[in-house]
Design a protein around this ligand. Structure first.
Ligand code: PHE
Length: 339
């Protein structure tokens, strides 16, 4: 029996498994219930008493060595290069989920496209701004209640630095660095300190437009906005301008479009007026042109500003503004078709 054990000890050192099937066959051969080692254990009963100690120790050694060898071979198989194995570790797992454009981006791009076709280029600017570009250069006098129209986020340690409340700050930056003709739209995120509800958020997105040149008139403004409304909401869309007030435009107006749900006859959506408000606009106040380095005796201009959420609500009838920033995949997936 001792000789047999010695032979087995040598045999298992020479074992090598190419794959898990081979390893399993070794396990069955040596370590399973009906394997060689168990058979030896059974024979052990018949060993004369004086040899039991020596044979018992050897038998245990064989069992432990076989178990250790098995673990060694298994580890070797687990860590070896699997490139020859028939599966592709680089393949994307199913189902392949494609993302889709956010509804606000879809609408933003559509608005940009429309104005781009009318000759406007895009201008960009910082979201963290100084008081000058957001308010002072836009003709908001110091301590004037007009500043309260836009609930501003200030930084306590540095009251001059604010989060922009409108992208008019970008218009100011464009005017101070270039001369007319200027024809830009300024898309971007803006911030206002408002309680979050279904109809207000502490941030939203705007697209503002600015056109400055010689002889720019209110008629030009009205025509451009009518064209925009028709392209955005359909050729049947009508517009209406109501007098309003903004510190940076004079005269100022708010623009409504005919309600595209009832076609202007009145429904719950338009609160039975037939009209829904979509933007603010006006002729750039000469004081704004002068403050930004443009000679108001030579040039005139118009400006307008709209909320992208507002336009998106009108287009897609999203009732709760908060949906836009919650990233609920079920909501976002509804816009896949519009991509
Ligand atoms: N800046 C205005 C706002 O955020 C919008 C606006 C822009 C109004 C240009 C008139 C002209 O409310």
């Amino acid at each position: 029996m001792l000789a047999k054990i010695e032979q087995l000890l040598q045999e298992i050192e020479g074992l090598n498994a190419q794959n898990t099937e081979e390893l399993e066959s070794f396990r069955i051969k040596y370590l399973s219930k009906k394997g060689i080692i168990n058979a030896l254990m059974a024979d052990f009963r018949n060993i004369p008493a004086e040899q039991k100690k020596e044979v018992g120790m050897k038998l245990n050694e064989l069992k432990n060595r076989m178990q250790a060898r098995f673990t060694e071979l298994k580890e070797k198989l687990d860590t070896q290069d699997n490139s020859a194995v028939e599966f592709d570790l680089t393949r994307t797992s199913y189902p392949i989920e494609l993302g889709s454009r956010h509804p606000l981006n879809i609408v933003r791009n559509e608005i940009i496209d429309i104005f781009h076709r009318m000759g406007f280029t895009i201008a960009d600017g910082p979201e963290i701004e100084d008081d000058w570009h957001v308010f002072s250069s836009m003709n908001f006098p110091e301590d004037h209640p007009a500043r309260d129209m836009q609930d501003t986020f200030f930084i306590e340690s540095h009251p001059d630095i604010i989060l922009r409340t409108h992208t008019s700050s970008v218009q100011s930056r464009v005017m101070e660095t270039s001369q007319p003709p200027i024809r830009v739209i300024c898309p971007g995120r803006v911030y206002r300190n408002e309680a979050i509800s279904y109809r207000a958020h502490c941030f939203f997105h705007q697209i503002e437009g600015l056109y400055v040149d010689k002889n720019v008139s209110f008629t030009d403004l009205k025509q451009v906005l009518l064209q925009f409304a028709k392209e955005m909401f359909g050729a049947q869309t009508k517009i209406r301008l109501r007098p309003s007030y903004f510190p940076f435009t004079e005269p100022s107006a708010e623009m409504d479009i005919s309600c595209d749900i009832c076609g202007g006859t009145g429904c719950a959506f338009c609160k039975y007026t037939g009209w829904v408000e979509i933007l603010g606009c006006g002729m750039v106040d000469p004081a704004v042109l002068d403050a930004n380095g443009i000679d108001s005796k030579i040039y005139t201009g118009y400006a307008f500003g709209m909320g992208v959420e507002r336009i998106t609500n009108l287009k897609y009838k999203v009732k709760d503004l908060r949906m836009f920033s919650e990233n609920d995949i079920r909501f976002l997936k509804e816009f896949e078709a519009a991509n």
